[in-house]
Write a protein that binds this ligand. Structure first.
Ligand SMILES: [Fe+2]
Length: 252
């Protein structure tokens, strides 16, 4: 599998607290069948986590990559960040402070959970206008999407990609997040599913359970698309694929 969302870089956000924990997380991911992972610390959260692009950030990433290699863990790591979108977004893009996934075209974007839907749409348009493709982190957790899933559909139509969380699908973030995640999957609007892992004991990067759930519920093609194909395309900067509608006869 390819996991595009993990707070596995040690000591930079509310994810892993130490190199030991990060290596444990990397082992868990690899054991569960994850072969590639984007390292995505929170960035731009006011008064909490900065983590902007720069020599210091890239050194920390390279050091972790080196440790994983030294330990012989079969997990390929790619640079990235989870960008907290707010009114300074244009300034940050212009100043080259943000790192897209694998330094490519897709920017992993998050919002405050109670953010206004129109404002989110505006900021996603700003990202598109600047030439990046927003990969919206866990849309199913935002209250405005839970209240109006049509918002997520509009984002896909605009050209955004949606990343659903493992924990939302399995029910760790409550009934509404689970219902909304299921709705996005049933309507084939999700581009990929990721761990959003924070720790080695809970909110882990182990993906076997969600893989099995997706296989049982939506079939092998869903597993191949959301856990392998699309996340790999995103890392390569290629276009994602949404499934062909099933049971629907084209009339043109
Ligand atoms: Fe996250």
């Amino acid at each position: 599998m390819v996991d595009l969302h993990a707070h596995i870089l040690p000591g930079v956000d509310d994810g892993s607290g130490s190199m030991g924990e990060s290596l444990q997380m990397a082992r868990l991911a690899a054991e569960s069948g994850v072969r590639a992972m984007a390292v995505t610390p929170h960035c731009n959260i006011p008064d909490t986590f900065d983590n902007y692009d720069g020599e210091e950030f890239r050194k920390k990433f390279a050091a972790f990559q080196e440790e994983v290699k030294k330990e012989g863990i079969p997990l390929e790591l790619f640079i990235g960040m989870e960008v907290y979108a707010r009114d300074n977004l244009v300034e940050l893009i212009r100043g080259r402070k943000l790192i897209p996934l694998n330094d490519g075209r897709y920017l992993l974007i998050e919002f405050p959970f109670n953010e206004d839907g129109d404002w989110m749409t505006f900021l996603l348009n700003v990202v598109l206008e600047k030439g990046y493709v927003p990969l919206v982190a866990h849309p199913e957790r935002y209250y405005s999407v839970q209240a109006d899933p049509g918002l997520a559909y509009a984002w896909v139509c605009m050209g955004c990609a949606l990343q659903v969380n493992k924990g939302s699908i399995l029910g760790s973030f409550g009934r509404k997040a689970r219902q909304t995640a299921t709705l996005l999957l049933e309507h084939e609007l999700a581009a990929c599913v990721a761990s959003d892992a924070h720790h080695a004991e809970y909110r882990t990067p182990h993906m076997a359970r969600v893989e099995e759930y997706l296989r049982q519920t939506f079939g092998e093609s869903c597993v191949q698309l959301l856990l392998w194909g699309n996340p790999a395309r995103i890392l390569n900067g290629d276009r994602i694929i949404l499934p062909e509608p099933r049971g629907f006869q084209r009339r043109w």
